[in-house]
Design a protein around this ligand. Structure first.
Ligand code: URP
Ligand code: ZN
Ligand code: ZN
Length: 464
């Protein structure tokens, strides 16, 4: 059925115009003023609303065996949560551990998503070991449409790679023209500091941040950049959390390293005092890199507005309170991760755009357009244009509410932003021309999401 979205303020990364959007089938087929609805079309009144391109979360974990347990969401629950929050595409990290077969892992992740996700999705393929069989497997995975890699410089002996493995991965990535995303922390330093703190009886969640201080992340970021420079590969730092790491990334950008930077929702709004709350209340806020000293938050906002931070993801990774308690005896055993896929758009809109920290076009750019460009989804995704997929968020800036775990669709028994006010919410969300969410409720077709095949884009060429 055709859809006509009428009279909204259409906001893209560059433009703002009042008008109508006509959707036929899965695509946007006309944009303008006073468009006629074809017979049988559903009209959606967007008067007083902002009309954004569907948002893209470039960094989520859904199926994730990690730290002796599994993240809680399924593709069905995470995708519904994404949609009510305005995210119409996510890119999930495929993370087989070092002892597992990469290609077999890739197929496990793909099968879990297929027919279960209600929104569209793609993958980043984690390289957690590089041996004689890896190159052929990665070529096959890229040929299948997964045109980005992920490496972890931390999580030694589980997801982590050695410097030699990072070098070999980046050489192949440069040859194939795919981008490599990286979790940048010095694994050796984290391991040593963890043992030191535990030996001093410092076992609580409040010691997680001191075990991986800002310098440890800055070193990882700088080393990743050095390896990019040496190999000519293009990189993307995931979940950058603090000023020293930002400095390392910007310094690399300035000397011409092809490097993009992502920060994630928790690091813009929460600081390390949340992890210092004691007991499970603190454990809820354990992620890596950790929540930082509050002095970093304004730095991240400024860098985001200036475009030094290119993209905003979530690092969505839900573990419930019982799972968090696995770390009651030692902070090193607390499953790392904070959920956010449902709340990223509303919180970044409220505390970014509404508070004057973030221009609305940069907001669209960082949460949709630039991820689409960097990861080879543009202009199919990430904009409102004739010929693009009809992924549209009709956004109500007059909505007022509060975040509550009791109402969330994410499969978890807490929300790290419990009680936080939001000033705006998606009123209607479409994926390829079908209404999938309305006013905080999933109203669409389960399992409708499609795997987005991507071709290597020369390492994000064309992104300004
Ligand atoms: O703490 C985090 N970030 N958990 C998920 C795994 C990762 O490092 O991305
Ligand atoms: Zn990570
Ligand atoms: Zn992650």
């Amino acid at each position: 059925m055709a859809l006509l979205i009428q009279g909204g303020e259409i906001v893209t990364a560059e433009t703002r115009t009042r008008g109508d959007i006509l959707i036929e089938g899965e695509k946007i087929c006309a944009i303008g003023a006073g468009l006629e609805a074809p017979a049988g079309a559903e009209a959606i009144d967007a008067t007083g609303k902002l009309v954004f391109p569907g948002f893209i979360d470039p960094h989520v974990h859904i199926h994730l065996p990690f730290m002796a347990t599994f993240a809680k969401d399924t593709h069905a629950t995470a995708s519904r949560a994404a949609l009510v929050g305005g995210t119409t595409t996510f890119i999930e990290m495929v993370c087989p551990s070092r002892s597992e077969d990469a290609l077999a892992g890739y197929h496990v992740w793909k099968q879990k998503a297929e027919g279960n996700s209600a929104c569209d999705y793609a993958f980043h393929m984690a390289v957690t070991r590089y041996d004689e069989g890896t190159e052929a497997q990665l070529r096959e995975i890229v040929a299948d449409g997964t045109a980005s890699f992920k490496i972890f410089l931390s999580y030694k002996n589980f997801f982590g790679v050695t410097d030699e493995e990072m070098f070999r991965t980046l050489r192949l990535a440069a040859e194939l023209g795919v981008i490599t995303t990286a979790h940048c922390e010095n694994a050796e330093l984290v391991g040593q500091l963890q043992q030191l703190l535990l030996s001093e009886g410092k076992t609580g969640a409040e010691w997680h941040e001191p075990s991986r201080p800002e310098t440890v992340e800055a070193e990882g970021t700088g080393r990743f950049a050095t390896f990019l420079e040496a190999t000519g590969a293009t990189g993307y730092v995931v979940h950058l959390s603090c000023a020293p790491a930002l400095r390392a990334a910007v310094e690399a950008k300035l000397r011409g390293v092809k490097l993009y930077v992502e920060s994630v929702l928790p690091h813009f709004l929460l600081d390390k005092s949340y992890a210092e709350r004691g007991g499970v209340e603190g454990m809820k806020y354990i992620m890596s890199p950790p929540l930082r000293h509050e002095r970093n938050l304004p730095v991240l906002w400024t860098a985001l507005q200036a475009g030094m931070i290119d993209a905003v993801g979530t690092d969505h990774c839900p573990f419930d309170q019982e799972q968090k308690r696995l770390g009651e005896q030692a902070f090193t055993q607390i499953p790392n991760g904070i959920p956010g896929i449902e709340d990223r758009v509303n919180l970044m809109y409220t505390y970014g755009v509404k508070r004057g920290r973030l221009d609305v076009h940069r907001f669209v750019d960082a949460l949709s357009t630039r991820p689409a460009k960097i990861f080879g989804l543009f202009p199919r995704k990430g904009t409102i244009a004739v010929g693009s997929d009809a992924d549209v968020v009709v956004y109500d800036p007059a909505y007022r509410g509060r975040i509550s775990a009791a109402r969330q669709l994410t499969n978890n028994d807490y929300n790290g932003f419990e009680g936080v006010a939001i000033e705006g919410r998606p009123a209607v969300v479409t994926v390829r021309g079908k209404v999938q969410a309305r006013e905080g409720a999933f109203v669409g077709e389960a399992g409708r999401g499609r795997f987005l095949r991507r071709t290597p884009n020369g390492g994000a060429q064309g992104v300004e």
